[in-house]
Structure formats: C-alpha cells, structure tokens
Design a protein around this ligand. Structure first.
Ligand SMILES: N[C@@H](CCC(=O)N[C@@H](CS)C(=O)NCC(=O)O)C(=O)O
Length: 209
C-alpha cells in the first residue's frame, strides 16, 4: 500500500494524520502540486482527477478522496475508532467532517488559490485549466470567518468536534485550521474554544504527520 502525497498540502495531511492515529506506516510518494506534477501525465495515469491524497493498494486499486481512504482504513483497522462507535455518533462525526472540508478547507482554499500566481490557469484542484477568480479571495475570507464561528460554537459545547471522542472530524478541521494559519487566515482572537481545541489536537503525536 502507498499514499500518493504532497507534503505541503492540507488534504493529503488528513490521510497522513489518520494513518498516524491508526499506527499504520505506509510508503509515501511525493508529487509536487506547485511544480505541476499532480497534473502531469504520469500522475494522471494513477489518478485522472489529479488530486492527492490517493491510496494505492497492493492489487493496484487506487482509492481517491480522503473520506474514502478513511472508510477503507477504518474497516481494515477498526482500532482506535475514528469514525464513530454507533449510528448517531457516526452521523455527527460525518456531518462535522464534511463541514470542515466543504466550509473550512473549501473557504481557505478559495482564498489562497485565487491569489496565488503559481496556480494561474489552475482555478480548481486537478487538470481543470480554469482561470483564477480574484473576487473569490475576499469571498473565501468571509466564508472562513463563518467557518471559525461555527466551530467555536460547537467547541464551546463539546470537547471534540463531532463527539466526546477525538475523531476524523477533528483531523479534517485541524488540517483546515493549520492551512488557514499558513496563509494568514488564522484562528480569530475571539474564538477561544477553537484555540483550546487546537492546542489539544496539535499536542497529539499525529500532528507532525
Ligand atoms: N476532496 C478531496 C480534495 C483533494 C484536493 O483537493 N487535494 C488538493 C491538495 S490539498 C490537490 O490535489 N490539489 C491539486 C491541484 O491543486 O491541482 C479529498 O477529500 O481528497
């Protein structure tokens, strides 16, 4: 099994943290997004969507999309549980995990991508060849503020995002927040609950993955 990866990108980090939490070591194959390797012919043969992470199994199956990787690994290695232990908890975790990707990662990605010259002509991940849209920089910032406020409300009620236990919802939110930190969209000062939670998830050994 090997993980198609890009060390500086936030979505492959979701898979790396998940694997680290499970105590699973896999070979990592680095593909530089900024150098265009994920859109190059060699990588598109592995994953025609041109995205990372992708998990390649020993039989050649390629699993794309971080949540599909989570599901596969959790089924093969159930312990420690990261997707929820009963239907209600699993649903809560999945809703927050999706929110963290779509509203957190999505907003911060929109902010970052549309002002990054190195990504000109690559308006969306993968071989889209779409123009950047500068107006999405400001929109991404506004969306990110809403993401942080929703996170803060929830983390004022629960220790972790999706449930009482640490879960994949925390992993994706952590990757989104650290992406925000890296591109000057860090945790707003008034989001004390997000700060408390971020300190806790950052202290886990998996945070360095
Ligand atoms: N929904 C996908 C997101 C994957 C994604 O967008 N990955 C980014 C890196 S953070 C990527 O592959 N970018 C390639 C590009 O920008 O061309 C998942 O869950 O894996």
């Amino acid at each position: 099994m090997k993980l198609h990866d890009c060390k500086m990108a936030p979505n492959p980090r979701r898979a790396r943290i998940f694997l680290a939490e499970k105590g699973i070591n896999v070979e990592k194959v680095e593909h530089s997004i900024l150098a265009g390797e994920t859109c190059g012919a060699a990588y598109l043969k592995i994953n025609s969507w041109g995205t990372v992470p992708a998990l390649e199994l020993d039989d050649g199956t390629v699993i794309r999309e971080a949540p599909a990787i989570f599901r596969y690994i959790e089924a093969e290695h159930p312990s420690p549980n990261l997707l929820g232990t009963n239907p209600k908890e699993a649903a809560e975790i999945e809703s927050w995990e999706r929110f963290a990707e779509l509203q957190g990662m999505g907003a911060i990605g929109e902010f970052f991508r549309n002002q990054t010259e190195a990504l000109a002509g690559r308006g969306l991940p993968g071989p889209s060849k779409l123009d950047l849209i500068p107006a999405l920089v400001e929109r991404g910032k506004t969306r990110a503020a809403w993401f942080y406020s929703q996170l803060d409300d929830q983390l004022g009620k629960t220790e972790y995002l999706g449930s009482k236990q640490y879960s994949v919802a925390d992993i994706t939110a952590q990757c989104a927040v650290d992406f925000g930190n890296a591109v000057s969209l860090g945790i707003p000062d008034n989001c004390k609950n997000v700060k408390r939670w971020h300190k806790a998830v950052s202290a886990r050994a998996s945070a360095s993955a």
